[in-house]
Ligand binder design. Structure first.
Ligand code: LIP
Length: 263
């Protein structure tokens, strides 16, 4: 039975409205790849436009909630208990290069705990949604993490630091250990979808460091409501603060944690 709460209606409505312009903008990206100026400014404009629609729609439905947004930062609300955490285009580099693997990510935080999350890929029309205690869903299908218990049979996703991002050497040590222990490693460039894929059982696990709250807020509750475990790399629970994530099905989370931390 799909989850169709009032919160689901508010969050999916805002994401669908923002996605309409985003899909049009993504369609134009192809042409911009060859333009002298390149698409960077265009993507920044698309990012800001989507965030503006999301903020307007969510504020219409819950006018007293605060916001934490990738582009516009923190906006406190009259209701000091609730805060929307928004990434209008998670996977910005994919979007910029015309790679159809990006998502609108909306998390709802209450008193510091994520209580609802939505990750929407407008290209595949896949809406991942979860609310605390009510399960995780992909469109109308209930999600459960994978049941693989052996790391050697598992597909593990990650994020790779790049030019201007720190942590190259530590990552290479982690990758060397993980690649020698698993059936495959994937790097798709969108943390919210990586976490959604763990919740859907497509990935058996995922690890990445240096993420922002808006990259992971929605994915945290998707993984937990689908029966997965998600911690910091040191096993801690302050994921939103550290931005260091190890998420997996319960049978391999410890195995993955031990490898990532030991590197
Ligand atoms: C991206 C994450 C991705 C990470 C990228 C970047 P953005 O978020 O979703 O997992 O590897 O470095 O942080 O910047 O596209 O919203």
């Amino acid at each position: 039975m799909a989850l169709r709460s009032a919160l689901w209606t508010v969050m999916t409505g805002a994401a669908q409205k923002a996605a309409r312009a985003l899909k049009r903008d993504f369609g134009e990206i192809e042409q911009l790849q060859v333009s002298q100026k390149g698409p960077s400014d265009f993507v920044s404009a698309a990012d800001l436009k989507a965030e503006k629609v999301l903020r307007m729609e969510l504020a219409k439905a819950r006018p007293r909630f605060g916001f934490l947004m990738e582009e516009s930062g923190e906006v406190s609300g009259e209701d000091k208990h609730h805060r929307w955490i928004i990434d209008p285009i998670d996977g910005t580099t994919n979007f910029l290069h015309g790679i159809p693997h990006f998502a609108i990510s909306i998390g709802l935080e209450m008193d510091g705990e994520i209580i609802a999350g939505l990750v929407f890929n407008p290209i595949t029309d896949e809406t991942y949604y979860a609310e605390k205690g009510k399960g995780a869903f992909l469109n109308d299908k209930r999600l459960r993490v994978s049941s693989r218990s052996n790391l050697a049979d598992s597909v593990i996703a990650t994020g790779i630091p790049f030019n201007g991002r720190p942590g190259h050497k530590p990552f290479l040590k982690q990758l060397e250990r993980v690649m020698g222990a698993v059936a495959g490693v994937r790097r798709m460039g969108t943390a919210s979808l990586d976490l959604a894929y763990v919740a859907a059982g497509r990935y058996d696990g995922y690890w990445e460091t240096g993420l922002q709250p808006w990259d992971i807020a929605a994915g945290i509750i998707l993984v937990r409501e689908a029966g997965g475990f998600i911690t910091e790399a040191n096993g801690g629970k302050d994921i939103m603060k550290s931005g260091d994530v190890v998420a997996a099905n319960p049978k391999i989370h410890k195995q993955l944690l031990d490898i990532v931390v030991a590197a």
